[in-house]
Design a binder for this molecule. Sequence first.
Ligand code: GN1
Ligand code: MG
Length: 366
Amino acid sequence: MTMTYPLTEIVRRFPQIGATAEIRPIGAGLINQTYRVCTASPAEDDYVLQRINHHVFVDVDLLQHNIECVTRHIRRKLEERGEGDVDRRVMRFLAADDGKTYCRDREGNCWRASVYIRDSHTTDAVDGTTAYLAGRGFGQFEAMLADLSEPLGETIPHFHDMELRISQLREAVEADRAGRAEEVAPLVAELMGDADEMCRAERLHREGRLPKRICHCDTKVNNMLLDSQGQVLCIIDLDTVMPSFVFSDYGDFLRTAASSAAEDEPDPDRVSFRHDIFRHFTRGYLETAGSFLTPLEVEMLPFAARLFPYMQAVRFLTDYVDGDRYYRISYPTHNLVRARAQHKLYRSVAQAEPMMKEYIRSVNIK
Ligand code: GN1
Ligand code: MG
């Protein structure tokens, strides 16, 4: 393996790590590059070594500041509650030789290391049980961070700001860099027609009626570590943890997990909103996040379920019009196909509004 020598050199920058037996790539993340560092001594934990994509996460000090605050706070909470096995329930990052939780190599790449959580696995499959456990897991994660006093920064500024995403689409259409604006004009018009309604959260926030809270902002099912019984151990992939509306976590999980088809399904007729997954996830989420959510936040959960496919349709379409500069594509119309699939999901979620309201009312009676 050609990378072995430089990687062992990086590993040496983290003094806690003992003799290593093997360093091998793990995970399928598109943003960061991840390795498992297997230690030679069976008594010593393994570690996860990760190269941080500093093109996406420009301010690595801020990124690591957020992650340190969050993991410290959760650890303290778990200890206060007398929970067992705390080291498997929250990530632990190692200090590098200069005392920071990351180091830079000679080429300017940033690296961090965390303890590998023993006997854990991830899943990509979603059924009712995983959806319920994910609802509890992500709701619990937010609940534990609801009283975090240190301020966190936005690791990707305005990440889930719908108003900004709309203006980016408008600008892309005006610039028409790739000569695609005319082709997509009907879809642009349809999305723009709902823009005002879908920017409701930002308006409520300005009026002081809707808070930002510490959210995970990448609530994919594979960002939870499960134990051998399938119970949620730990929430991982903390790079996008930042202040946002709780809609980010609730909405993006449903967007990815409650869709009947992949986010780039070419036939929109095959894309629909899975009500069963919605119900299981919502029940779990309200059982845990219900402790801190305001009545308005709860009332707006159906809005959140609609918002995320809508926002993603806008983002994919913007990138298509812009000549595919952000998302990786496998064929020329990939972003357009993705935008159409997300738009179909958005409409399917909108049709489920009465069902969602009714269900939320039924489980939220405390
Ligand atoms: C990106 O790389 P991935 O799949 O984890 C994007 C998300 C989108 C998603 C859509 C930093 O996430 O916001 O929802 O693509 N992440 C970033 O597939 O832009
Ligand atoms: Mg991820």
